[in-house]
Design a protein around this ligand. Structure first.
Ligand SMILES: [Zn+2]
Length: 316
């Protein structure tokens, strides 16, 4: 569509033009030599996982989960991320329970307006561990690994403000079910609340365009199993990014769909890929400990996710 030529002249016109430039939403062009993924350090991500695991079990409502919130906030804020808590009460099989999602935006200052602006990409992990009363479950891979990867990605992105401001980081509470398995009424408490309260009210043009979820990404024997119902575009782009970085042999497609925090985001119209390695022998056992993980695996997933986000998702 051709627009009529604006009847502006002189300084007023220039002023309006410069305002428009200041509000430009265009992300910076991708430059492979200085791309974010190159700075993602699997060792640094691993240090975060160690600190998190040392807190012990971190089920919803626990003091140790509050400590992990503070840990995340104290890492993000000095880097320039604004962090807000989305706290709510969920109905669980064990009665009402308080949950808190952590949302982070890259901006010079916090304001209510900031949180009403849309971002292009959601980059997420859950941060609660599954509750066991009869055993000690520290969740090094589930969810320590993806928390550590997201915290390291926050450092890398903070050095690239023009990119970072297009991304919202989210740490979901209450991913794990209180019963043995996630059901429509139990589990995904944080992502369902985020979907209902944050995404659903947004008109389609204001919704984030994509989401990337990380879960169980630190297994030494890394074999990513993308759920088979991943939105097709995202499936292709994720595999292309893995290929571009020489990690294609670590990425496969599961024969199953997987129920995880990406499901409520997909339901609310934000196509989201779950980068998960579900072939993990220690899943939901007391043996999900730090010795099962490697910095190399964290590096492979962190770099691939950043390549995907910067190279493809922020610009499309
Ligand atoms: Zn789990």
């Amino acid at each position: 569509m051709k627009l009529p030529r604006p009847a502006l002249a002189g300084t007023a016109g220039l002023f309006l033009l410069s305002l428009a430039a200041g509000c430009s939403d265009a992300p910076p062009p991708y430059d492979d030599a200085t791309a974010a993924w190159r700075d993602f350090d699997g060792e640094k991500a691993m240090r975060h996982v160690e600190t998190i695991v040392a807190l012990g079990p971190r089920p919803p409502g626990s003091e140790t989960l509050e400590k992990s919130r503070v840990l995340i906030e104290e890492h993000l804020r000095p880097l320039g991320w604004q962090v807000r808590r989305q706290t709510f009460t969920g109905k669980t099989p064990q009665g009402p329970m308080e949950f808190t999602n952590l949302r982070a935006r890259f901006a010079p200052q916090d304001s209510d307006a900031l949180w009403k602006e849309s971002t292009r990409v959601l980059f997420c992990s859950h941060y609660d561990t599954k509750l066991y009363r009869d055993l000690v479950f520290v969740g090094a891979n589930d969810p320590g690994s993806s928390m550590g990867a997201l915290m390291e990605a926050a450092r890398v992105l903070a050095a690239r403000p023009a990119l970072a401001r297009h991304i919202e980081l989210i740490f979901f509470d209450g991913e794990e079910a209180f019963g043995p398995n996630i059901t429509p009424a139990d589990g995904l408490y944080g992502s369902r609340e985020y979907g209902r309260k944050i995404l659903r009210p947004l008109p389609p043009e204001k919704k984030p365009r994509w989401g990337v979820l990380l879960d169980m990404v630190g297994d030494r024997d890394l074999r990513v199993t993308l759920p088979n119902d991943t939105p097709p575009d995202l499936m292709r782009l994720t595999l292309e990014s893995a290929d571009a970085l020489g990690h294609r042999d670590k990425f496969g497609v599961s024969r199953m769909s997987i129920i995880d925090d990406h499901v409520p985001l997909n339901v609310e119209g934000v196509p989201t890929v779950d980068i998960i390695d579900f072939e993990y022998a220690y899943w939901h056992t007391p043996s999900d400990t730090i010795d099962k993980l490697s910095a190399e695996s964290l590096g492979i997933v962190g770099q691939t996710a950043l390549h995907l986000i910067e190279r493809r998702l922020v610009r499309e």
